[in-house]
Design a protein around this ligand. Sequence first.
Ligand SMILES: Nc1ncnc2c1ncn2[C@@H]1O[C@H](COP(=O)(O)OP(=O)(O)OP(=O)(O)O)[C@@H](O)[C@H]1O
Ligand SMILES: [Mg+2]
Length: 310
Amino acid sequence: MRRSHQSSASGVRRSHARQIITLVALLGALPAPALAGRHVPRPELHRLLKHGRISRVYPNTRAGSNASKVVEIEFGSAKLKALFKPRAGEVWLRENIAPGTYYKRESAAAAIADALGIGHLVAGVVLRRIEGQDGALLGWMDDEPVTEPNKRRIDRESAEQLRAFDYVIGNSDRHAENLLGQVLGGRFIPIGIDHGLTLPNGPLTEFRWPVDWVDPVPTPLMESTVAFIQSIDPARVAAILVGEGIERVAARHALRRLARLKRSPQVIAVGLHGAEAMVQRVSELGRVADQGLTTREINAIEQVLDHAYR
Ligand SMILES: Nc1ncnc2c1ncn2[C@@H]1O[C@H](COP(=O)(O)OP(=O)(O)OP(=O)(O)O)[C@@H](O)[C@H]1O
Ligand SMILES: [Mg+2]
């Protein structure tokens, strides 16, 4: 009885030791978990996305209308996760945005967000050639689905800034899957992804914004959002668009929307009639080719474009 107890105790010890050895071996063999984009400062993220060694490319289980692949980039003993959207995998989706240019629009939109000081509200993007294909490579962003209790903690300022950004870049694709959620400092922050269908070569055909992402309190825009809108420099936006290879006609409509938004920032406020009415109202305004600007304002925009696109 004693003997058998002793032998079963040493058996347990042996089996513990075996488990520990197996765990250590497994941990050694396991790849380091891939980091999401928000854990890496933006300049470093861009450097890694652009030049980092690609260790793995595999299908994106959440792929949308266009082709996309998950990419892992190794640096030191760490890994970075990213999403690759190849130019060749772009399908026709909008009248005035040619497939084969979405990847540039991804990059241009992120560059504008950076210049406006809201780079933290979008995924970082670089252009890169992977497996022989050109495309946009986006830093992976964490995603926490919006659930009822979270709705109440939506960071209103971030959502308003992102809405202003979407109007200026003419985003017709801000549906719920193109906003990811991150909880930071107890607030629910919207992160914009998928900016291929932006900067149309004409007026904005439809403005979309998931109503779950609008602070349900019917209020005007925050003062800080109005100040953010007024601070946007059209010449800076034009310079970025030129640098990113975006067509002049797309830049023209972006600057017209910007001028109109500066004149009436409250158009993107929830207002008294609620989120759905706001989306409808902004959609209607987006379709107006001259944005209700005066000839003088239109000409001033052309001068900015002449300077940028010379
Ligand atoms: N940077 C990212 N970080 C984390 N997940 C991402 C990222 N980019 C894309 N995804 C995931 O992959 C999905 C498809 O990507 P994306 O929306 O860019 O592709 P799409 O084909 O252009 O989509 P759509 O059908 O909306 O036009 C997203 O809905 C999201 O779940
Ligand atoms: Mg999408």
